[in-house]
Design a protein around this ligand. Structure first.
Ligand SMILES: C[S@@+](CC[C@H](N)C(=O)[O-])C[C@H]1O[C@@H](n2cnc3c(N)ncnc32)[C@H](O)[C@@H]1O
Length: 201
């Protein structure tokens, strides 16, 4: 969830935190979710729900198996997202079906509930990441799994209630509150250790 991320392309790649409404968090999150030292996690998909001005919500999806032009830096990742928002604006796109912006980068008009519905329909087990949840080290995590993580602010009460209605559990990654982009690395590591025999690459 990106509570303040801009929903049009009017932000500077040199100022992702300010004019982008903390778009830097989303960029780092995408990189941490999909890139490994010398590879890409082809079995992973990142969804971002952007709720900033001027026209929320917008959903962005980045697919590890098809994404191209994804580099480890925030700026070029910001450009991939901004290009999607450019295309959405140019087409006045308001549909709730995914439209491709560049290879492996999609957008549509959708909010949290739509994405939770989509994941549920695709038989994902949804887990909500929260500091006071059940320790992921000892919790059951059933695949395929999707994880809901907030940005620099917690989910609102309404968002939390919505997520809990779809989720199979609330998981904690440890006693400290961590950056979202660090959370995803820990989740991957936990799943790598448990399920590495399933990894495609
Ligand atoms: C930077 S934190 C949110 C803000 C934080 N609660 C605060 O104000 O200090 C970003 C998100 O990462 C997830 N998160 C951070 N630390 C976590 C932990 N130890 N266990 C589970 N999830 C965590 C939660 O989804 C959280 O909303």
């Amino acid at each position: 969830m990106l509570h303040r991320a801009r929903t049009d392309p009017n932000f500077k790649l040199e100022d992702l935190p300010g004019s982008g409404g903390r778009m830097d968090i989303f960029c780092r999150f995408i990189v941490s979710s999909l890139l490994t030292s010398h590879g890409i996690r082809r079995d992973t998909v990142v969804y971002g729900v952007l709720l900033g001005p001027p026209n929320p919500p917008v959903a962005i999806k980045v697919l590890g198996d098809t994404v191209r032009y994804l580099n480890p830096d925030e700026r070029s990742t910001g450009a991939l997202i901004r290009n999607a928002l450019f295309k959405m604006k140019r087409l006045s796109y308001n549909a709730d079906t995914w439209m491709r912006s560049s290879p492996g980068v999609m957008f549509k008009r959708a909010g949290l509930k739509d994405i939770l519905e989509e994941l549920t329909n695709e038989n994902f087990n949804i887990y909500y990441l929260k500091e006071d949840g059940e320790d992921i080290r000892t919790a059951n995590v059933s695949l395929p799994a999707a994880f809901v993580i907030s940005d620099s602010v917690d989910l609102t009460n309404d968002e939390e209630e919505l997520v809990l209605g779809y989720s199979s559990g609330v998981l904690s990654l440890g006693p400290l509150s961590l950056y979202s982009e660090h959370c995803v690395v820990i989740i991957h590591n936990e799943l790598d250790r448990r399920y590495s025999h399933f990894l495609k690459e």
